[in-house]
Structure formats: structure tokens, C-alpha cells
Design a protein around this ligand. Structure first.
Ligand SMILES: NC(=O)c1ccc[n+]([C@@H]2O[C@H](COP(=O)([O-])OP(=O)(O)OC[C@H]3O[C@@H](n4cnc5c(N)ncnc54)[C@H](O)[C@@H]3O)[C@@H](O)[C@H]2O)c1
Length: 385
């Protein structure tokens, strides 16, 4: 007998840790009577995460992040009875309305990615909010100044060593590399690639392109980190030399304005620019488009490639409008299933800890508790043996 299956089925059956956790949650019901509001990419791997929370008896009210919402995922979640406020949009105003709609439901727990939901809750606190989780580097940076106002347990998944090496280091590098190939169908061999940022994501990105026979340069504002890149064998030229020589420029810093229109005179004819950082502000795409030297823009709509043609005959290409390339463009797959299975299992265990009052307000914007890291690592290794 044959039966037709979807990508959501494939991903679900590949998330072995989440499957095992969901089985346990069906008995323990850690979220009984609680609503969880989520603001994280709505794509097939998130379905496995949300279904695990639902198995623990949570009521779910969901939205996504800017640009990455996949309509088939939204349809699936709605059919499973979840409330979803989300459209596939690059418009921050439309996205904000969806975030507001989630918080208006007054969820007991928030699962945030980029600090969107907690930032609203800090402005308009409500009594039943117990706390929750923040997924990423950029969210931690955004929420830290709001700590006094939030004063509730918020466990930062990004700061687990497991998230750092399993996702940021190994998976983001692989998926940005895969995305460069997927968007462009161009080779990496012998290409000069400049990576901005040598944090966990930058390390993996630089390594993946080097392994694919590119000549990789690293630019980081921190001299100690730059030294590390140098001793790891990467070229570490001055910033303007690294821009001037690059065939491919990749930003993964978590900070805005990394490559801007003032760099335009330096950028080589034919250079390809892509971003892996959370927010679409690392490459100042709007300023590039509006620069007086840009005489025409070609848009390859289905491939999400934009070519800016300059007065002097140069052309530069921007992938995915500067949005996270691994979740943009044609058939965006995001990070590998295994890395997300690990990260999302940390998510559900942390939400379980907040739900059962196992952490208090002193745990506001702190890393994943070490015992949860150990539990998730052991569970993964047991399944792999
Ligand atoms: N695409 C994805 O799937 C994905 C997954 C995880 C994280 N992220 C995002 O990737 C970004 C980077 O995450 P990370 O964990 O590597 O962060 P990190 O903080 O570990 O590293 C960032 C690095 O960028 C450097 N940096 C800061 N400003 C710079 C500048 N002006 N020029 C050059 N370097 C600069 C810092 O010194 C640091 O070394 C964040 O936005 C994070 O949210 C994306």
C-alpha cells in the first residue's frame, strides 16, 4: 500500500526527540489549562514544535516572523485547531498587527523569536503572564534593556551551548551555504567570500564556504574574535579590502547597517549579497535601491534575486531582499531538522519548567538551565546510538 505524505509529515517523522517528548507530554500534560502565544517562523519544523506543546494540552495562539510564514503550515495548524494570526508578509506594520493579535489573547506563556511578543508585553503587562522563552541572539539583545519591566522567567534558548553549536554553528552555516546555491545555482569553488560576524553563526558559515573550496575572509568588529578567525586559518583583511575583493558578501552579526550604500563604490561587479542575521537590516537594501548611482533594478521575482545596475556599468545582486536567506526565496528549507529538533526540545522543556513554576522572576533573560541541557543531550545521544 502506498500513501501520499507531505513535507510536514516528513519533518514531523524526522523530529525524533520532539516525538518522544510529545509521547511523554500526552501523559504528563504540563500545559493543562494554559495558553501559549508563539511568534516564531511558521514552517514545517515549527509544526513539530507546536504539536508537541499541543500534546502537553496547551491551547496555542500563533504568529510567525517577518517574511518567513509558509501558507501550507498556517493551513495545517488551523486544521489542527490552533489559532493563527499570520500572513506571508515583508510589511512590518502587517506583521505587527499579527503580534498584537497574539498578545491580545493574553497567553499564559510566550514563545518568542526576536523579542517581538515580550516587547509588546513589556509595554502592556497583563496579570496571567507567567514568562516563557526567547529563541535567538537578536531577541536577547532587544529584551535585555526591558528586564526590569518584564521581571518574569524568560529562558533564552540561544544561550544554551547546544543551540550554539548544533544550530548557530553547524546548521546556519550549512543552510546559508545551501541557500546561496539554491538561489543562484552558482558555484562556490575559488570564489572570494567575505563573512561579516564571527560569532557562532559566522563561524559555521565561514567553515561551510571554505569546505566548498571558497577563499573566505572574515570581518568582525571585535579584535579578539578577528584573531580567532585568523588563527582558524581565515583571511582577516581590513573591512574595505574584504568588501572590495568579495564575490559573495554575507552578513551574520545580529546588528543593523553592516553593509550600507556608502560601501557601494567598493563592491565588485557581479558581487552577490546575502544576510543570515535575524533582522533584514544588516544589508541596507532600501538605501542601495535608492542610491543615485543605481540606474536600473532587475527583479527575478520567482528566484527572489534583485540586480542593481550602476551608472559605471557594475551590477550587484541581492538575495531575498536582505531577509534571512535560509528562510527566503524559492523553497526555503531553513536549518536542518536535527538542529531544530534539538533546539525545539530545549524550547518545550523550558516552557514546561516555567509552566510548573520551576523557575522564578530571577530567571529573567537567562540561559537554559544546565539540567535541561544535560537531559536533552542525553536523550539525543540515546536515540542516535
Ligand atoms: N538564519 C538563521 O537561521 C539564524 C539562526 C540563529 C541565529 N541567527 C541570527 O544570526 C545573527 C548572529 O547570531 P550569532 O549567534 O552568531 O551572534 P553572536 O553575537 O555570537 O556573533 C555576532 C558577531 O558579529 C560581530 N559583529 C557585531 N557588529 C559587527 C560589525 N559591525 N561588523 C562585523 N562584525 C560585527 C560580533 O563581534 C560577534 O562576533 C543574529 O541575528 C541571530 O539572531 C540566524
Amino acid at each position: 500500500m502506498t500513501s501520499d505524505k507531505t513535507r510536514i509529515d516528513w519533518i514531523g517523522s524526522s523530529c525524533r526527540l520532539l516525538q518522544a517528548t510529545a509521547e511523554e507530554f500526552r501523559h504528563t500534560r504540563p500545559f493543562e489549562g494554559l495558553t501559549i502565544g508563539t511568534g516564531i517562523h511558521l514552517e514545517p519544523k515549527t509544526v513539530a514544535l507546536l504539536m508537541t506543546l499541543a500534546a502537553g494540552d496547551a491551547r496555542l495562539v500563533c504568529t510567525g516572523n517577518l517574511n518567513s510564514t509558509q501558507p501550507a503550515t498556517v493551513e495545517f495548524l488551523r486544521a489542527e485547531g490552533m489559532t493563527v494570526f499570520a500572513t506571508q508578509t515583508t510589511d512590518p506594520v502587517a506583521h505587527h498587527q499579527s503580534l498584537e493579535a497574539v498578545v491580545a489573547e493574553k497567553p499564559d506563556l510566550l514563545l518568542d523569536n526576536g523579542g517581538d511578543l515580550f516587547a509588546i508585553a513589556a509595554d502592556r503587562p497583563y496579570a496571567n503572564l507567567l514568562g516563557g522563552t526567547e529563541e535567538t541572539t537578536s531577541g536577547r539583545t532587544r529584551l535585555l534593556p526591558l528586564r526590569e519591566r518584564l521581571a518574569m522567567p524568560i529562558l533564552v534558548i540561544n544561550d544554551s551551548p547546544i543551540k550554539q553549536f548544533a544550530e548557530n554553528k553547524h546548521a546556519v552555516g550549512q543552510s546559508l551555504f545551501e541557500s546561496y546555491m539554491r538561489f543562484t545555482n552558482r558555484s562556490t569553488n575559488g570564489k572570494r567570500v567575505t563573512v561579516f560576524g564571527y560569532g557562532a553563526c559566522g563561524k559555521g558559515t565561514a567553515a561551510c564556504f571554505r569546505n566548498a573550496f571558497s577563499q573566505v575572509s572574515v570581518v568582525d568588529i571585535d579584535p579578539v574574535t578577528t584573531l580567532e578567525a585568523n588563527l582558524d586559518g581565515f583571511l582577516t583583511p581590513l573591512r574595505h579590502d574584504a568588501i572590495r575583493s568579495a564575490d559573495v558578501l554575507i552578513t551574520v552579526t545580529g546588528h543593523p547597517g553592516i553593509v550600507t550604500a556608502t560601501d557601494l563604490p567598493l563592491i565588485k561587479h557581479g558581487a552577490i549579497l546575502l544576510n543570515g542575521g535575524h533582522f533584514p537590516n544588516e544589508i541596507d537594501v532600501a538605501a542601495f535601491r535608492g542610491h543615485p548611482d543605481v540606474v536600473a533594478i532587475d527583479r527575478y521575482q520567482t528566484d527572489s534575486i534583485e540586480t542593481l545596475n550602476l551608472k559605471d556599468g557594475r551590477a550587484i545582486h541581492i538575495l531575498g531582499g536582505g531577509h534571512m536567506a535560509n528562510l527566503a526565496g524559492p523553497r526555503p528549507l531553513g536549518n536542518s531538522v536535527e538542529s531544530m529538533d534539538l533546539g525545539f526540545t530545549l524550547q518545550v522543556r523550558c516552557l514546561e519548567r516555567v509552566a510548573n513554576r520551576g523557575v522564578g522572576p530571577e530567571a529573567c533573560i537567562v540561559p537554559v538551565p544546565a539540567d535541561i541541557d544535560a537531559m536533552v543531550a542525553s536523550a539525543y545521544l540515546d536515540l542516535a546510538r
